[in-house]
Design a protein. Structure first.
Length: 132
């Protein structure tokens, strides 16, 4: 019975994480395309801006709705951990974007989807381990 409750809680948490991540992706992707296509920014700069803006949204939503944040840890410590892992996620995103667009000549919109999937798995694992 306890395992079933834990499994249901984990499933709900993964669903919430996916929902918040989906919204964060829309923000990230929208800013990327806007900066690249409308403002004429470089792809890597556009990707970094989109990622950074979506991180702020993702932090607030994750702490308020997705994860049972350990209240024993200070909010500043939680935020610092979140930012550190987000920076690592940004570096992974930039690396994937660079390899996919500059080295392999794939369309930046497709590469961004691949980068998002990789970073999403990384984010869930690190946040689950370090925020709860």
């Amino acid at each position: 019975m306890i395992n079933k409750l834990k499994n249901n809680k984990l499933f709900l948490q993964i669903f919430k994480f996916g929902f918040v991540g989906g919204l964060a992706f829309l923000i990230d992707y929208g800013v990327l395309i806007f900066c690249k296509e409308v403002l004429g920014f470089n792809v890597l700069l556009s990707a970094a801006l989109g990622f950074s803006i979506s991180v702020v949204f993702n932090y607030i939503a994750s702490v308020k709705w997705v994860f049972d944040v350990d209240e024993a840890k200070s909010k500043s410590k939680n935020f610092i951990l979140f930012i550190i892992f987000s920076i690592i996620g940004l570096l992974l995103t930039e690396l994937i974007m660079y390899i996919g667009t500059d080295k392999l000549s794939f369309n930046y919109m497709i590469v961004k989807i691949i980068a998002t999937a990789v970073v999403m798995v990384f984010n869930f694992i690190t946040r689950k381990i370090f925020l709860e």
